[in-house]
Design a protein around this ligand. Structure first.
Ligand code: ZN
Length: 439
């Protein structure tokens, strides 16, 4: 058993004990670097596992008899027959937007491509129109509702990008909604500035003018107000090219924003190479990346955030080649890519897609959805694994072992969610209240 401290004789008081887990999946063993290759299958499973929580943190992890020899608590979760995991980390979402695009979904079903819809003023640009019109209060309410659904499905940390404002005022508005949601909601929300998500209507004739606005006005303001940790760019043919992407990421870095890239989603533009060369924290999507680009990412330790639900929504049957990435030693992480064109809050379904379409094993997909995703969003020191000293972000799943993730899909396997040591979702007891506050 690993624990912070223990006395002989009298038992120490914990705030919460989780005991008798059929499998306690720690994903432990050090969080300095994201997992690669064969390490992605090492889940650090403890049978008849238990953990103790105090002051919102994990203070002991081990076999049940060992943990309860040292700790007692009034609040005890009996996870008999169940599997306990770290809360999921969703490494890529476009959380804050107004409106929906279900009619465009019908067009896509009938064969229209994403880029065709975007070219006709639909897609992102339509959501931009609706998001600009929406008030902070309206966007805040929508965001809180979405976070509730994510938490119910076992996500305890989520990255959230701006990118549906595309004016300085509206990008700041979205990031302020993200900041407020992080303060109000139990979920930890990691903010990313994605002003370079699309060229807005008013700059259709002068994309470089828009890049100038992002670089000279938006990034300094976002940084000054402390509203983002990461700067991301939709690097794609017809959106932001390689040179523009470098310019925007450099400006972000000068203001302390860590780089991320939407890379090689629709074509092989060299986004993976750029991410490696630039030392990005992550490159996301990677459906068309070259072997050279992926090897360069492996060398530099750039996390590949794969978004199989987004690929599923593109409906062309293509998915990122996760097996090649794991073989090359690229650290692989997962995210939902929740957005108006990919309406999924559920990381369990993303894990199922990762297994079915990208041939990750359940163990690899769990690593990708926890500790590696935590690395992708700069939270590996506090989330993504069940280890002493980390936040007590713990989920109890109604399944006998971890291999049910991926195998059993389309239902919510979550029985309980513990966030910062507090039980916030309890399906058994139906005690949840919505929205779920921080305290
Ligand atoms: Zn995205």
């Amino acid at each position: 058993m690993s624990q912070k401290r223990g006395k002989r004789g009298a038992k120490e008081n914990a705030d919460l004990l989780v005991v008798n887990a059929n499998e306690l999946v720690t994903v432990g063993g050090g969080s300095q670097k994201p997992r690669t290759g064969a390490q992605m299958r090492e889940l650090g499973i403890i049978r008849d596992g238990s953990l103790a929580v105090k002051d919102g943190k994990i203070v002991a992890v081990g076999k049940t008899p060992e943990v309860i020899k040292v700790f007692k608590a009034e609040n005890i979760i009996n996870a008999n027959g169940k599997t306990v995991l770290p809360g999921f980390v969703d490494a890529h979402t476009h959380l804050v937007f107004a409106g929906s695009r279900e009619d465009e979904f019908q067009m896509r079903v009938e064969g229209a491509s994403y880029m065709e819809i975007l070219g006709a003023g639909g897609g992102i640009l339509r959501t931009v129109r609706e998001t600009r019109k929406a008030s902070v209060e309206k966007l805040g309410d929508l965001t809180i509702e979405r976070l509730d659904v994510m938490l119910e499905h076992g996500t305890t940390t989520v990255e959230a990008k701006s990118g549906y404002g595309l004016t300085t005022k509206d990008e700041l508005k979205i990031l302020e909604v993200v900041q407020r949601a992080n303060q109000l909601h139990a979920m930890d929300v990691v903010p990313t500035f994605l002003g370079a998500h699309a060229i807005p209507f008013e700059y259709q004739g002068s994309p470089l003018g828009y890049v100038g606005l992002v670089v000279d006005e938006m990034i300094p303001k976002v940084a000054e107000k402390g509203l983002a940790e990461f700067c991301d760019v939709f690097c794609e043919r017809g959106v932001f090219g390689l040179e523009q992407t470098r310019r925007i990421l450099s400006a972000g870095r000068n203001f302390g924003l860590k780089p991320k890239v939407h890379a090689d989603e629709m074509s092989q533009l060299g986004g993976a190479e750029l991410a490696a060369d630039f030392g990005a924290v992550s490159a996301d999507h990677l459906l068309f990346s070259s072997d050279e680009g992926l090897k360069a990412m492996a060398d530099k330790g750039v996390v590949a955030v794969l978004l199989p639900a987004a690929a599923f929504c593109l409906m062309n049957g293509r998915f990122a080649d996760a097996r090649v990435m794991v073989n090359f030693g690229v650290p692989v992480a997962l995210g939902t890519d929740y957005s108006p064109s990919c309406m999924v809050e559920n990381m369990q379904l993303v894990i199922a897609f990762a297994c079915h379409f990208m041939k990750l094993t359940s163990a690899e997909a769990i690593t990708a959805a926890t500790i590696n995703a935590a690395h992708a969003v700069g939270r590996a020191g506090e989330a993504g694994s069940l280890e002493v000293g980390k936040k007590a972000d713990v989920i109890v799943l109604d399944m006998p072992n971890h291999k049910f993730l991926g195998y059993s899909f389309g239902v919510n396997l979550v029985d309980k969610v513990v966030k910062n040591g507090r039980v916030v979702i309890d399906k058994e007891a139906q005690k949840s209240e919505f929205p779920i506050s921080k305290e």
